[in-house]
Design a protein around this ligand. Sequence first.
Ligand SMILES: *Cc1c(COP(=O)(O)O)cnc(C)c1O
Length: 392
Amino acid sequence: MIELADKNMIQENLEIKNPANPDLQKTIYVNQPTLPELDDFLPLLKDIWQSKKLTNFGKFHKQLEYELAKFLGVEYISLFSNGTLALIAALQVLKIKGEVITTPYSFVATTHALKWNGITPVFCDIEPKTYNLNPNKIEKLLTDKTTAIVPVHIYGNPCDVESLQEISDIYGLKLIYDAAHSFGVKLNNESILNFGDLSILSFHATKIFNTFEGGAVISHDEKTKKRIDYLKNFGFANETTVIAPGINAKMNEMQAAIGLLQLKDVEKNILKRKKIAELYRSAFKNIEGISFLNDVENVHHNYGYFPIFVDKRKYGIGRDELYYKLKKNNIFARRYFYPLISRFQPYRGLESATPENLPVATKIAEQVITIPIYADLEINDVERIIEIIKKK
Ligand SMILES: *Cc1c(COP(=O)(O)O)cnc(C)c1O
């Protein structure tokens, strides 16, 4: 039903004309991927064509693992064909079973990866400040079947990593971070990827750093890295040894080559995003009923998303009204993350999926709109978005 309503709105949008201001028609999406110069990609493609090495731990794959580890400040990284398979494999390598505590306020892949491992997700509410998994609410959800916690650094804002580690240590649970939003994020100058047992990244087109599709698992010792590499290649440890029912989740050479080029501009692009976030914040701080996330002290942010939260009582109109108003003006914002994962059909029957168990997440999901932010978003377009939100 929601999908259908959206389609109708898009149709309507196509018919809106404003000849006085042709710029008004420019369509802006929530995100636009950054790409390297095509001319820089061609020599790498030639190299691939000459070597005939297309995948299976090739030269670019090796080089990208090396460069990424250096750039991110992590020791061991294993590249994947996408982030979802990275998370599925991360759960496999630690043999996670039974029940896993996780957040309903995320992209649906976080919970799907549990389900694909035959794990029962147990939804835990989020914190009212960061919208990350609330460590204070975990204990009451633990049972003798609980084996791990899978939190998400949502919008790239670090979870309460200390408290989560403490709970994991006390109860003997594994801690696997879905860090799909957290490329380049640092806490006290330390990569956020160095916390927990494992972290996964996504290099999907919509993320801060993209290889079209892609992902990675970050591990902290050589043996685990090795096992992850076996698992992503059908479980082969060598030509004649299969150590587990592995999967095919390898990153190919074209993806890796693109990644090497993308890496050069990441910091520059993050700075561009930061400037846009600052413009938004200074414009919205005086609008009653619109709130947003501020930078956290001692955190190097990546500005991957800019969520705003609409308080209907104070702002005058509700979240969905603002969302459709933006659409009418050809601004295609998104409601990340609405509906909550716990509301989707495969999960809504779970005991932990009730709004009563998830009051903060339920409220935030009703208020959120993520508005456009990307490196090449022009300042006059940012101003146009601000104007629409200012005028009710
Ligand atoms: C994008 C994303 C994923 C999935 O990554 P893919 O590379 O698209 O498979 C997983 N979790 C979160 C939180 C994401 O945003």
